[in-house]
Design a protein around this ligand. Structure first.
Ligand code: 5AD
Ligand code: SF4
Length: 433
């Protein structure tokens, strides 16, 4: 009987892809298959996030629960960003953990598995040219990493300490992977990196010059690829050439993530983001001008050290002006090894909570207005998932979730849909042709 894995993935899309890579290695080299439940698994992996403090706290109680539920002899591995950050401390605090594998050491999964109490967390390890085995969670969508690590030093962010310095993956590897994926049914390619539009600044070996705009063009030239998405771009690197390619290339989905973090130029400076409120607005307006129906999503941190009422009002002002489709909003969480942790003017928790509530309430109101505007309109929807009750689900180019009546033959295909019902979470449509 083959061995079984159970994996829990927290955090961002990068972690989702790292989990896919680990599954691919485990099945290719060790014959592992997915377990139906944790109790059945021979190997339990927790792929962690460390961007905020709360999930890190939860990790240890979760390890405790998992070790009670697991079958005798099953191994527990802690992977990802908290693994990179805490390293062997994890095994000291939770002796039931068998190994610790950092976010930048994913390719060593089948090795650490056989080394009792192994800790592999070197953030200088270069796996930018490693050819992982193949595994896709979705048959119809392929996540492809285009870089590892992050060179930005945002003063709040732990990621440079968990994923190391930024190295671009050679374009040949990305293009090969995209081609293979699209030929085997994943017509949508999702390019991933901590800072995608910084692509090409550093490769680990000799590599012809290529930036993110060139890479987008090259991926779109693969005939079988129908849709291209990417995350996350950095507002600072949104130059005109990039925005123009985004606007005019019909294969690039018209949804853009623009992580604002704060609308106050003063706070942006303290965050070391490299742009001002005006630059951000200029880029968002330019984008809207070129692609009127674009969906813009964002990340916002409230309660950053030194954030005064007037700084927060600047954030609210950008929210008002840009009308984001989606806002991922967070209360600032002090992280180890980050400069902001030592800044003066830490904001009281209640103030942070109040500001967070205001962002979320205002955004919900705006979403209600936006959803009205969608009713009756036609969109191209790429269907990816079968839903109960004879329904299928997919997304419009600008990333709205749409459900429609239909069956398996719609999966992996794009259909024209008229929106007949909307809510904050998604829409219902009718296929029109
Ligand atoms: N506190 C709160 N939110 C944070 N993020 C990153 N670091 C922190 C932190 N210390 C948020 C940012 C980032 C998203 C992935 O998480 O908004 O874009
Ligand atoms: Fe979390 Fe950031 Fe690591 Fe992704 S890169 S898992 S968001 S800490």
């Amino acid at each position: 009987m083959s061995k079984k894995y159970y994996i829990e993935t927290l955090g961002c899309a990068m972690n989702v892809r790292d989990s896919e890579h680990m599954i691919a290695e485990l099945s290719l080299k060790e014959g592992y298959e997915a377990a139906e439940s944790l109790e059945e698994a021979d190997l339990i992996l927790i792929n962690t996030c460390s961007v905020r403090e709360k999930p890190v706290h939860k990790l240890f109680s979760e390890i405790g629960q998992f070790s009670k539920r697991k079958k005798a002899g099953a191994k527990i591995g802690v992977c990802g960003c908290t693994a990179s950050h805490l390293g062997e401390e994890i095994i000291k605090r939770a002796p039931s953990v068998d190994f610790v594998l950092g976010a930048r050491n994913v390719s060593k999964i089948t090795e650490v598995l056989h080394r009792p109490k192994a800790v592999e967390v070197d953030i200088d390890y270069d796996e930018s040219s490693y050819a992982f085995g193949e595994f896709r969670t979705s048959l119809y969508k392929a996540f492809i990493n285009i870089s590892i690590g992050c060179d930005k030093q945002c003063s709040f962010c732990i990621v440079p300490h968990t994923r190391g310095e930024e190295i671009s993956i050679p374009a040949e590897l990305i293009l090969q992977e995209a081609q293979k994926a699209a030929r085997t049914g994943a017509k949508e390619i999702f390019l991933l990196g901590q800072n995608v539009n910084n692509y090409g600044r550093r490769f680990s070996g000799e590599h012809p010059k290529m930036d993110f705009t060139d890479l987008l063009k090259a991926v779109s030239e693969i005939e079988e690829v129908e849709r291209i998405r990417f995350t996350s771009p950095h507002p600072l690197h949104m130059d005109d050439a990039f925005l123009e390619e985004f606007a005019k290339n019909p294969k690039i989905c018209k949804s853009m993530h623009m992580p604002l973090q704060s609308g106050s130029t003063r706070i942006l400076k303290a965050m070391k983001r490299g742009y001002s409120k005006e630059w951000f607005l200029d880029r968002a307006f330019r984008l809207r001008e070129m692609v009127p129906d674009v969906s813009i999503s964002t990340d916002i941190i409230v309660g950053f050290p030194g954030e005064r009422d007037e700084d927060f009002e600047d954030t609210m002002d950008v929210i008002e002006q840009v009308r984001f489709e989606q806002i991922f909003s967070f209360k600032y969480s002090p992280r180890p090894m980050t400069p902001a942790r030592e800044y003066e003017g830490q904001v009281p928790d209640e103030v942070g909570s109040k500001r967070l509530k205001r962002v979320q309430e205002r955004h919900n109101e705006m979403l209600d207005e936006m959803k009205e505007e969608r009713l009756g309109r036609l969109y191209e929807v790429y269907f990816e998932e079968l839903k109960p009750g004879g329904m299928v689900a997919g997304r419009t180019g600008n990333n709205w979730l749409v459900h429609a009546r239909g069956s398996e033959e719609l999966l992996g295909r794009t259909a024209r849909v008229k929106i007949v019902e909307t809510s904050r979470l998604g829409s219902v449509g009718e296929i029109v042709a």
